[in-house]
Structure formats: C-alpha cells, structure tokens
Design a protein around this ligand. Structure first.
Ligand SMILES: [Zn+2]
Length: 204
C-alpha cells in the first residue's frame, strides 16, 4: 500500500499531520481500500461481485469517521481529527444503530425493490466501509510505532491536538486533489478500479 508522509508540525506541509514519521490515507484511498476489502468478503461468501447498490453505504461508511471528526476538530469541538468517530466504541454504536434502523424498516419496502435491496445491503456494507477506514488510519501510526494508534480507544485515550487540525478540511482536500497525478495510494485506487471493471465484465 502506498501512503504519504504526514506533514511537519507547524511546517509548510502541515496539512496532514500528526507526526513527521506517520503516514496517512486520503479519501480516495479509503474508498479503494473499503471496496477491495468488501469485495473480497462478498466474493468469498457468494462467489459473486458486490451489488452496485451496496457501494453507496460502503462509500459513506468509508468516509464517515473523517466527515465527523475533521470538521469538529477544526471547529475546536474535538481536540484531534481522529477521535470521536474514529473510536471502536463509536464504530460499534453507529454500526449497531444502522443495523437497528435497517431492521426496523424491513417491512417498509418489498425485498425486490431497490429500496428493499439497499436496506438489506446497508448494515454490512456501511460497517465494512467504516471498519476499513479505521484500519487504514491505524496503518500509519502502527507502521511508525507511534502511540497515536490509541485514537481507536477514544475517549479512554485522547490524542493531543495536531497542527493539521487547524486547517479547514476542505482547504486540505483542495490542496491534495489539485495534484491528482501524485495522489497517494494511487496504486491502491488503480487496483480497485481494475477489480471493479474486471468483475463487471466477468459477470456480464
Ligand atoms: Zn480518518
């Protein structure tokens, strides 16, 4: 997996940041990792490619922790951009809530309608995307031997504020995606695209 170095605290490249030796996964990298892990799971269980509808909750789950924590850290509500929604406790709670919601709605639509199929696919796809995000974020600090891996135990452990959290998440993303040719995790994203196209053609 190709990852990029995070920025220096207070330095000109500080928009990724927590420690100079850590690596970080960006949104498209999270999406690609989620797709590959979920596809492996579905293929091993059913010998069929994932249903396209499942990719919606999968994509949402794969971005969910950052959609919550990055803006809240920027606004000063959270101390660190990987805390509340990056916690395994929140993962269990939110995934359980999604599962409960999907179960509650089981009689609302016929199972053969797109809404019924989406309802049935959502709990596992969302939780898979969410879990893959946590795994992707753990990779950098774990590879660097950093104590920042403890972000998954928030609020038992609270990681101190990082310089990157002072930069608006949307500014950070604009800076990153301005240069798509050098996008980190490009190999992972291309692999996910190849698998997606390959499975599509294989089943047709
Ligand atoms: Zn994250």
């Amino acid at each position: 997996m190709l990852l990029i170095p995070t920025g220096r605290r207070g330095g000109s490249e500080r928009f990724h940041a927590s420690s100079p030796s850590e690596l970080t996964v960006l949104p498209l990298g999270h999406a690609a990792l989620a797709y590959l892990l979920y596809t492996s799971h579905v293929l091993s269980q059913t010998r069929r490619r994932p249903q396209y509808l499942a990719l919606v909750p999968l994509a949402i789950g794969s971005q969910f922790p950052d959609l919550i924590d990055k803006p809240l850290a920027y606004l000063g509500v959270l101390t660190y951009g990987r805390s509340l929604a990056h916690s395994v406790f929140t993962f269990v709670f939110v995934s359980g809530a999604v599962w409960w919601g999907a179960t509650t709605l089981r009689t609302r639509w016929p199972d053969t309608s797109w809404q019924g199929r989406l309802r049935g696919l959502t709990p596992v796809a969302f939780a898979s995307g969410y879990l893959s995000h946590l795994l992707g974020d753990l990779y950098g600090p774990a590879a660097a031997g950093s104590a920042n891996v403890r972000f998954v135990l928030y609020p038992v452990y609270v990681i101190p504020r990082a310089a990157g959290d002072d930069i608006a998440p949307w500014i950070r993303l604009i800076k990153i995606y301005r240069e798509m040719g050098t996008h980190p995790q490009l190999e992972l994203i291309l692999l996910a695209l190849v698998v997606f196209v390959g499975l599509h053609r294989w089943e047709d």
